[in-house]
Write a protein that binds this ligand. Structure first.
Ligand SMILES: NC(=O)c1ccc[n+]([C@@H]2O[C@H](COP(=O)([O-])OP(=O)(O)OC[C@H]3O[C@@H](n4cnc5c(N)ncnc54)[C@H](O)[C@@H]3O)[C@@H](O)[C@H]2O)c1
Length: 430
């Protein structure tokens, strides 16, 4: 991470948040990507590289390879185990432990970045600097200064950037946006959202076994730490980085970010005025630092309160969002278990309010949505703005990091405090 990326200019931050996702989407593509941006024809092959070939990176890779005229030529991962896994199904791919070698190759058009959270910004910035298009996993960054640096770099670049917030390409979001924009919901003052999972008793959510070859001979540990305080090799932390603040933002950056970006996009919100977050490690006290039981409140300008709650003990209600408007409600639910049939289905529905919308009718969303990876490649070909551009990556990252700051400091945190936070404020307890 470059030193400069850690400094935020307050006026620059405040001045530019006003350009939301919708405003950016309205810009012609020449303004976004410059007149000289290279167009890749429908029949031209797009050559990609993958940085971080872990669970998600390999899922993203498989998804990418299903798209027409896409070829993966290189994979970089600090763990030889992961490189060998990819070699098992892509024998001709070139592998490296240091992503720098992948980024130096001139024959790669686009990069998927699926590294652990603390490395997102580093490879985000390096990919753009190398002149390659980018698919970067969520959450966009580990902290707020990095989010500002990545947003600024993407705005200044001609590259096509898609954030791995795949629900931005969902049909349910398109339906919700339409109902909000056409006035069916009226004024929405509150959004309730939740994400709940059940975990086998005695086995903490997210905990993965450490492979027998996970040792300093097979892992470039210094490249994983990347400037974090030097500690002896720790295979458990390397595999289970999600549980530790140094490398992760916990469930807020793993899951809330998907839902908060959905809510931001549906309502065209900007950054919160303030955040609170309560909870703790309540489900399994297995040495993890990040909380499993969470209640977040985000206060947005123009009288909107967004609530998000999460548990790792009980999955009955799956995940979803309720947009509560004075003329109607949008109910988006997924993964909740039908008590009788034990089935779950994703759906989005609109329900009118009897008093303020007496002639309104209930509607079920029908929009099919698009594949998020396919959307990225389509945008690479014709230099268009993808469905999850840097702006939504940025706005959702700010909301997530304000929430975590509130939790770490055990009080309400305002936007002003969050953006001017001194580096010490980002120090996580170890
Ligand atoms: N969009 C989604 O729905 C979704 C789902 C799951 C995970 N994710 C995100 O994907 C990212 C990866 O998650 P995961 O579950 O695959 O983690 P993982 O630990 O399985 O994979 C991370 C990989 O990065 C490698 N790595 C570590 N340091 C590196 C470095 N300096 N250079 C190159 N490679 C390095 C590791 O060896 C590992 O193989 C996370 O940010 C996570 O939040 C997104």
């Amino acid at each position: 991470m470059e030193e400069g990326a850690k400094k935020i200019d307050r006026r620059e931050f405040i001045g530019q948040v006003g350009m939301g996702v919708a405003a950016l989407g309205a810009l012609p593509s020449t303004q976004l990507f410059g007149l000289n941006a290279r167009a890749i024809g429908a029949n031209d092959r797009i050559r990609i590289g993958l940085i971080g070939a872990g669970d998600r990176g390999q899922q993203d890779l498989r998804d990418a390879l299903k798209q027409p005229n896409v070829e993966c030529v290189a994979v970089a991962d600090v763990f030889s185990h992961r490189r060998e896994q990819v070699k098992g199904y892509l024998p001709d791919v070139e592998t490296y432990d240091d992503p720098r070698r992948l980024l130096d190759r001139k024959d790669i058009d686009a990069v998927i970045n699926a590294t652990p959270l603390h490395l997102h910004a580093k490879y985000f910035l390096a990919t753009l600097a190398a002149g390659k298009d980018l698919y970067s996993e969520k959450t966009m960054t580990w902290d707020i200064p990095e989010a500002v640096a990545c947003r600024n770099a993407a705005r200044a670049s001609k590259q096509v950037v898609q954030i791995g917030l795949q629900r931005e390409s969902s049909g349910e979001l398109a339906d919700a946006k339409q109902w909000i924009q056409n006035g069916s919901t009226g004024k929405i003052t509150m959004v309730e959202s939740w994400m709940s999972r059940n975990t086998p008793i005695g086995r903490g959510q997210w905990v993965r076994p450490v492979p027998s070859d996970c040792n300093p001979d097979h892992v470039n540990w210094d490249l994983f730490l990347d400037g974090r305080p030097k500690i002896p090799f720790d295979g458990y932390k390397f595999i289970n980085w999600r549980l530790f603040w140094e490398f992760s933002g916990g469930n807020v950056t793993e899951n809330m970010v998907h839902q908060i970006s959905w809510i931001i996009s549906a309502m065209n919100l900007q950054v919160p005025k303030a955040a609170t977050m309560m909870g703790g490690v309540f489900s399994e006290k297995d040495g993890r630092q990040v909380p499993d039981t969470i209640g977040v409140s985000l206060e947005y300008p123009d009288d909107v309160l967004v609530l998000w709650q999460s548990t790792f003990s009980n999955s009955r209600y799956g995940f979803g969002e309720h947009f509560l408007g004075d003329k109607g409600t949008i109910e988006h639910v997924s993964g909740s278990t039908d008590m009788v049939r034990g089935e779950s289905k994703e759906s989005v529905r609109y329900y009118p309010e009897k008093i303020n919308n007496p002639s309104g009718a209930a509607i079920e969303g029908q929009n099919p949505g698009v594949n998020h990876m396919a959307n990225w490649f389509a945008c690479i070909r014709d230099r268009r703005q993808p469905n999850a551009p840097v702006e939504i990556g940025y706005l959702s990252a700010i909301a997530a990091h304000m929430s975590n700051l509130a939790y770490l400091h055990q009080r309400r945190i305002t936007l002003e405090e969050a953006i001017t936070a001194k580096p010490e404020a980002w120090m996580r307890p170890s």
